[in-house]
Design a protein around this ligand. Structure first.
Ligand SMILES: *[C@@H]1O[C@H](CO)[C@@H](O)[C@H](O)[C@H]1NC(C)=O
Ligand SMILES: *[C@@H]1O[C@H](CO)[C@@H](O)[C@H](O)[C@H]1NC(C)=O
Ligand SMILES: *[C@@H]1O[C@H](CO)[C@@H](O)[C@H](O)[C@H]1NC(C)=O
Ligand SMILES: [Zn+2]
Length: 530
């Protein structure tokens, strides 16, 4: 698999690994005598997976000098792209912290490997706090990077004057803020949403919903909070009937259970709705030329020129983690994020006036919440592949691509493993003379598994470490049911028209204003419309 990805990277030509030999073994005792400065290093693990995986040229000064000079030259030659962005594609890696990316690089080739978007010319740092919390959730952040307004934790498409979980505040239009998808629609342009989570989950809902509680994905959840579902619009309803939701040209993701009644089934599961409605049927019936698909074969079989509006739901809840898709050999039945992204772009590219597309890699976050670092990191690699596929389908003269995350996570990467060492392996020894792992979490459900009677458990003694690293729950310092998000800034990577405006440390809610400026939509500043 690793080899396959490397070959893929080679053939796409966006990354070059000249003469890369991951298993070059210099005489490390000589080369790295300064290791004595780190007496705690766990050296017996150095070569477990062919450590010291650097290229022979890295031992020369020229290698580093020439690489750096080439990049400086490239930067100097850059011209600013001040075209109007006909299209904007926003890729959102949920919970995609910088550490997630540093770890993902090891999965695709090494510390110096770059994910598809890491070669984009412009980057910024995005401050993720929300109005009432230091460390944000995916709802208030979606409101910031889609609607341009910060709000309270757990709220979507409303400003912070709306109280969390207030039944009526979410219905009050004076609290509503619209997303850039709505701005595009208002300008007579197209829009779409793609995600690996439920289509009613916080990130995609940020593009179309107004709610004081992100959990109100269906009417049963509204009722559970003590609100009247006759008055309060749940998120699934807002996708089907809402003024923004009903206009999407493309909607692809999971979560069919929120669209159907308890007595109905879809994807082998009963629905959640207490109103017993079938909102999938209702969506289809609104226009005979609408298309609904429920599996990969149906999606892949579509001819983009025949699509008026497309709604695809591929699971009762979230789509499977890619690690599980591969384990169960379901690549032919479960669409990948790349499959969905490609189909969405092929359809939207036919729109003369252009489009806004939101693509979420939604399960990086979920892997982290379970402290299953390999799940999280694999999802980040899948996310990167979807962006690579998009780059091959669009014209960057007229398409702005923005890649970012909503918030970080508390996974960290500890020293001092050798270069090329297994990222899911051991980094060194603690003062308790037990090995510790490179990746660990500040909190999470794995705490009890990794500690016994006040002592750390040797991670190498755990069954999952020995037999199935995919399922390994990485150590956590504090016991918590669910590992938490982190409060660090997240990255923004941009390419295409006006991408050079993504620079410096930005408040997260500035992002859609820049995308709107580039594409000439919304009520704020716009680049001239010629
Ligand atoms: C919040 O909403 C209430 C009710 O609509 C309004 O009276 C009040 O002025 C708003 N507060 C702010 C700070 O806008
Ligand atoms: C559906 O598509 C057909 C063929 O393109 C067209 O003639 C018809 O008007 C469309 N119906 C609606 C309701 O848009
Ligand atoms: C992009 O614009 C440049 C400069 O106008 C032009 O030379 C190039 O052919 C364009 N590329 C595409 C793919 O349209
Ligand atoms: Zn989360």
């Amino acid at each position: 698999m690793k080899l396959l990805i490397l070959v893929l990277i080679f053939s796409l030509g966006c990354l070059a690994y000249p003469n890369m030999n991951p298993f070059v073994e210099p005489q490390k005792e000589e080369r790295f005598s300064d290791f004595d400065m780190h007496p705690h290093i766990h050296r017996q693990h150095a070569t477990k997976t062919g450590g010291f995986a650097f290229k022979e040229e890295e031992l020369t000064s020229e290698y580093w000098m020439n690489n750096a000079k080439a990049l400086v030259e490239e930067k100097v030659k850059r011209t600013l792209n001040t075209n109007k962005a006909r299209n904007v594609i926003m890729f959102l890696g949920d919970g995609m912290s910088h550490y997630s990316l540093a770890a993902a690089r090891l999965l695709i080739g090494g510390e110096d490997a770059k994910l598809s978007f890491e070669s984009f010319p412009y980057t910024a740092s995005s401050m993720t706090y929300c109005v009432d919390v230091q460390v944000a959730d995916s709802a208030c952040t979606a409101t910031a990077y889609l609607s341009g307004v910060k709000t309270n934790d757990g709220e979507i498409g409303v400003n912070a004057n709306a109280t969390y979980e207030s039944c009526l505040d979410g219905q009050d239009e004076s609290n509503h803020v619209d997303s850039i998808a709505a701005w595009f629609q208002r300008a007579g342009r197209s829009s779409g949403i793609v995600t690996t989570t439920r289509i009613t989950h916080a990130t995609p809902a940020g593009a179309y919903a107004h709610t004081t509680n992100r959990d109100w994905e269906d009417d049963a959840e509204v009722a559970e909070s003590g609100c009247d579902p006759q008055i309060v619009d749940d998120i699934a309803e807002q996708l089907v009937y809402g003024k923004t939701g009903k206009n999407f040209k493309v909607i692809l993701g999971g979560g069919s259970r929120h669209f159907i009644g308890k007595s109905l089934t879809e994807h082998g599961t009963n629905g959640n709705r207490i109103d017993e409605k079938n909102l999938i049927y209702a969506w289809e019936r609104m226009d005979p030329n609408r298309t609904f698909v429920r599996n990969r074969a149906e999606l892949m079989g579509l001819n983009p020129t025949e699509i008026k509006q497309l709604f695809g739901l591929f699971s009762d809840s979230h789509l499977s983690y890619w690690i599980d898709v591969e384990r169960d050999n379901k690549q032919d039945t479960m669409p990948s994020l790349t499959d969905m992204t490609k189909k969405a772009i092929e359809i939207l590219e036919l729109e003369k006036e252009g489009y806004f597309l939101l693509v979420e890699g939604g399960r990086i976050d979920h892997g982290h919440h379970r402290t299953q670092a390999k799940h999280a990191v694999t999802e980040a690699v899948e996310f990167s592949k979807a962006i690579e596929a998009a780059l091959a389908l669009v014209n960057l003269n007229e398409t702005l691509i923005v890649v970012t995350a909503d918030h970080g996570h508390v996974m960290t990467m500890s020293g001092y493993a050798d270069r090329g060492h297994d990222i899911f392996g051991i980094a060194g020894d603690g003062t308790d003379n037990k090995p510790y792992m490179t990746l660990s979490y500040a909190n999470g459900e794995s705490f009890p598994q990794h500690s016994l009677a006040g002592e750390r458990v040797d991670p190498e003694s755990l069954n999952e470490y020995i037999n199935n690293i995919n399922e390994m729950k990485f150590p956590a310092t504090v016991a918590r049911e669910d590992e938490t998000h982190g409060g660090e800034d997240v990255g923004v990577w941009a390419i295409g028209p006006w991408s050079h405006l993504f620079q410096g440390t930005l408040e997260q809610n500035v992002i859609p204003h820049i995308m709107a400026y580039a594409s000439g939509v919304g009520d704020g500043l716009r680049a001239c419309d010629n």
